[in-house]
Design a protein around this ligand. Structure first.
Ligand code: CP
Ligand code: NVA
Length: 329
């Protein structure tokens, strides 16, 4: 048993990862430490962890995905587990069958459910009825798995100290999880959005609470330069998220001054990194020069989705099996 498991188990391990607020800093640091071992192991061709019982999970995707689906599936495979990919076309959750019945069925066969959903509330409904861990694979409110990879990438490039982290663009799901995790870990978070696209007020209150505990600072602004000035990392996301396509025209107008380009990045620290969760619309929220430039940590970010999620699944599923004795899957 690796040390990280003991640390995780001793620190109120969460049954689910629906929000970053399910985590605490000690658990996140144990997860990063394990993710680092996972990364080194995979590169050497020697996995740091294998499931003692072949864990199987379901991946429910109501929306498209490249990174999340691939890294979930490959991650489970590399650790000796299996992931079943279920699209909305297959299961028609909420139409062909009630969410709670999907949850009950999957809970009988599997060790966890990873779900990408339109409505965050559906994750709670799944959790209420399934009895196995639920992992948020992106909802309208959060994308916690993304934030774990983001903060690991920032540590790799900029060290483990307290940093100044900027967000430029839409105060949406990815922004929310980034803000929460940055605040949890004690970083200064500066978020620049157009006035109509500020982060959800409940998320801001939750982040402020985490910031008080960690001693971090949060600034919400509508000025990209104010957020980026002296930052260690500058992060952006698409202006039109999945499911918001009808708002495209109005959003393009509102977000135009929020592009992450070389001129804006030059306001940050010389050694600052540029981040994007992907997929990107090159030439809209981010330019080619920034994406492909020397300050881009974007491809490491994408790679680290694999390693952080493997660490998360190992910790969560093992803890679940250890506490419940449930060995399905
Ligand atoms: N960043 C991210 O979640 O990418 P996908 O939508 O391709 O999974
Ligand atoms: N905000 C984006 C993130 C995609 C990973 C979306 O929800 O479409």
């Amino acid at each position: 048993m690796l040390n990280e498991f003991q640390i995780w188990q001793e620190n109120h391990p969460p049954l689910n990862l629906i929000s970053i607020t399910d985590l605490d800093p000690t658990g996140v640091n144990a997860l990063f430490s394990l993710a680092k071992k996972m990364k080194e192991g995979t590169k050497r061709g020697q996995e740091a962890w294998q499931f003692p019982r072949r864990a199987a999970v379901a991946m429910i995707f109501e929306k498209p995905s490249l990174r999340t689906r691939t890294t979930f599936e490959v991650g489970m495979y590399q650790m000796g587990g299996h992931a079943v990919y279920l699209t909305q076309q297959d299961i028609q959750m909420g139409k062909r069958e009630a969410v709670m019945d999907v949850a009950r069925n999957l809970g009988r066969w599997l060790s966890a459910i990873f779900a990408r959903v339109y409505h965050h509330q559906v994750l709670f409904e799944l959790a209420q009825h399934t009895g196995v861990p639920i992992v948020n694979a992106l909802s309208d409110l959060e994308h916690p798995c993304q934030a774990l990879a983001d903060l690991m990438t920032i540590q790799e490039w900029r060290g483990e100290g307290k940093l100044e982290l900027a967000w430029i663009g839409d105060g949406n799901n990815v922004c929310h999880s980034y803000l929460l995790l940055g605040a949890l870990l004690g970083h200064t978070m500066r978020i620049a959005t157009p006035p109509a696209y500020a982060p959800n007020p409940e998320i801001v209150v939750a982040a402020q609470k985490l910031a008080r505990a960690s001693g971090s600072q949060i600034l919400l602004t509508h000025s990209p330069t104010e957020a980026v000035e002296n930052a260690d990392a500058v992060y952006t996301d698409v202006w039109v998220s999945m499911g918001m396509e009808t708002e495209r025209e109005i959003r393009m107008r509102a977000f135009r001054p929020f592009q992450l380009n070389e001129k804006l990045l030059a306001r940050a620290k010389k050694e600052a990194i540029a981040l994007h969760c992907l997929p990107a619309r090159r030439g809209e929220e981010i330019t080619d020069e920034v994406m492909d430039g020397p300050q881009s940590a974007i491809w490491d970010q994408a790679e680290n989705r694999l390693h952080t999620q493997k660490a998360l699944f190992a910790l969560m599923i093992e803890e679940f099996v250890a506490t419940t004795g449930k060995t399905t899957g």
